[in-house]
Design a protein around this ligand. Structure first.
Ligand SMILES: *[C@@H]1O[C@H](CO)[C@@H](O)[C@H](O)[C@H]1NC(C)=O
Ligand SMILES: *[C@@H]1O[C@H](CO)[C@@H](O)[C@H](O)[C@H]1NC(C)=O
Ligand SMILES: *[C@@H]1O[C@H](CO)[C@@H](O)[C@H](O)[C@H]1NC(C)=O
Ligand SMILES: CC(=O)N[C@H]1CO[C@H](CO)[C@@H](O)[C@@H]1O
Length: 463
């Protein structure tokens, strides 16, 4: 009895330490019936034990929790849950660290199934997607070829090309792109979740995801300065928080040699955010909308405040047709910007802060605070002698209509006495701006050093 306990404890410890399930026999009887992603180890790789074949897992509403393996033969088998009358989502992972089995795959598949009755095929190309990144890049087209063979077969069984939606993470986005190339852009939709950047940014269109790869191509960018690609690759491209650094992810970037160690997870926080935001957008109850703009600076400076160029409908992350884009022909490589919060469901309300001041003798600084019942947002603005108009976009946890108080503090200059700052007007308004909505403004304020000013709004939501 005592011995058994010890063995069990050891098993639990091993699972924790290696995060690779080595004591799987414990509940093997239950697990065995469900297919799972393969994973590879350095030893297996060195001994070339792994076959190079891609494995497919199938999840549907009839087997949400327990994947079936899937291949061409499955179509002739009665017990397969694949339904050729339904659309098919194909999930393609990217580079995989040794020994890893990404847990997000199931989360994404289940989120998709909650929204739509579809076949979800998970492409497991781990044996081509591990070890040296440059080899994986070389392998990605081979993986795409194998996937295209399967899609060809599915077509013969009655699946329509336009009913396929490929969702590729990182390098998987370029795999999806190449599958799209092989079908001459007739695949219905491709979603790239932070498409990989290294070795792809300057690649030929043939070699990377681009708008010609499917009838609708979209991408979400979250790590454009590191693992992700910095250029737009779809009809529309959502750049979250500018597309580079995400809120709640560590700033410091240790060298990529750490990719092979447990810190991998930590280093790829920005990169994987695109995926988690996408999953959240599918299941959450708030919408993540992008504002068209030519660059992030202009967006932050309040130069882009509406979706008039999109018939007034801001493109939304998620499964709606063409992300809600109604333009015909579709735009290409249109950059869309949005700010997010640091955790699920990631939604933030965009608020434009607009300040008009009287000309100043010396540069100054003010702090603007927006207060709601439970929240407080602060923004410091540096005021220059050369400018009297300041605009900035804030990510706010609650909508504008819930803002109770606006405050201004003359935070002054450390080195000399700061005179009063005369604010001609301070205004806050929603982005996207709707024509009928008036901004909330207060005019003619003198803010002295050491005497914060504040104003209460009387407003209600829903009118
Ligand atoms: C991959 O996993 C499947 C079960 O899902 C198993 O049948 C197959 O043998 C595995 N392949 C390798 C190479 O480990
Ligand atoms: C396949 O999907 C179609 C369309 O939703 C449905 O009518 C049919 O019953 C499904 N077939 C099976 C075997 O579930
Ligand atoms: C603010 O100060 C200016 C001069 O410094 C003065 O002319 C103006 O009346 C003041 N306004 C208010 C609202 O106190
Ligand atoms: C950061 C923070 O305090 N957020 C809160 C803002 O207010 C909403 C509800 O009004 C809360 O749910 C958030 O936790």
């Amino acid at each position: 009895m005592l011995r058994e306990h010890r063995i069990l404890l050891l098993c639990v410890l091993t699972v924790h330490i290696t995060s690779v399930v080595e004591c799987a026999d414990v509940d093997a009887e239950v697990e065995d019936e469900c297919a799972d992603l393969n994973y590879t180890t350095l030893l297996r790789y060195q001994q070339q034990q792994d076959t190079q074949k891609i494995q497919y897992l199938l999840l549907t509403r009839r087997n949400v929790d327990c994947a079936q393996t899937f291949d061409q033969e499955s179509l002739n088998q009665e017990n397969s849950f694949f339904n050729t009358s339904l659309p098919t989502k194909v999930i393609i992972h990217g580079y995989r660290a040794i020994g890893s089995k990404p847990s997000w795959v199931k989360d994404l598949a289940q989120a998709l199934l909650r929204v739509e009755d579809v076949n979800v095929l998970v492409v497991d190309w781990v044996f081509r997607a591990s070890f040296a990144y440059n080899l994986v890049v070389q392998n990605h087209k081979e993986a795409a070829l194998q996937i295209s063979v399967l899609i060809n077969q599915l077509q013969k069984h009655g699946c329509k090309l336009e009913s396929f939606h490929l969702i590729g993470v990182s390098l998987g986005a370029h795999v999806a792109g190449f599958v799209g190339t092989l079908f001459e852009g007739k695949i219905g939709r491709i979603t790239g979740l932070d498409p990989a950047g290294p070795m792809f940014k300057s690649a030929d269109l043939f070699d990377r995801l681009d708008p010609s790869d499917a009838q609708f191509v979209e991408a979400i960018h979250t790590d454009a300065d590191y693992f992700g690609i910095s250029i737009p690759v779809g009809h529309v491209d959502f750049f979250l928080n500018g597309g580079k650094d995400q809120t709640g992810c560590a700033r410091s970037r240790l060298a990529s040699i750490f990719m092979y160690f447990p810190v991998y997870k930590y280093v790829i926080c920005d990169h994987m955010r695109a995926l988690y935001v996408y999953i959240s957008a599918l299941t959450g109850d708030c919408q993540l909308k992008g504002i068209p703009c030519s660059n992030y600076e202009d967006f932050l400076n309040g130069q882009c405040v509406d979706c008039d160029a999109f018939n007034g409908i801001c493109p939304t992350i998620g499964l709606s047709k063409n992300s809600g884009v109604t333009l015909s022909p579709l735009p290409t490589e249109q950059k869309l910007f949005l700010l997010t919060s640091s955790s699920s469901p990631f939604c933030a309300h965009h608020i434009l802060l607009h300040l008009e001041v009287s000309p100043l003798d010396k540069s100054a600084e003010v702090e603007v605070t927006l207060t709601t019942e439970n929240n407080r947002t602060e923004q410091r603005l540096r005021l220059q002698t050369s400018t009297t108009t300041y605009k900035t976009v804030l990510a706010h946890p609650v909508p504008l209509c819930q803002i109770r108080t606006i405050g201004l503090t003359n935070t002054g200059n450390r080195f000399y006495r700061q005179a009063d700052i005369h604010i001609k007007s301070v205004c806050v308004s929603d982005i996207p701006q709707l024509r009928k909505e008036e901004p909330l403004c207060v005019n003619n304020i003198n803010v002295s050093r050491g005497t914060p000013w504040s104003h209460d709004f009387v407003q209600l939501c829903g009118f």
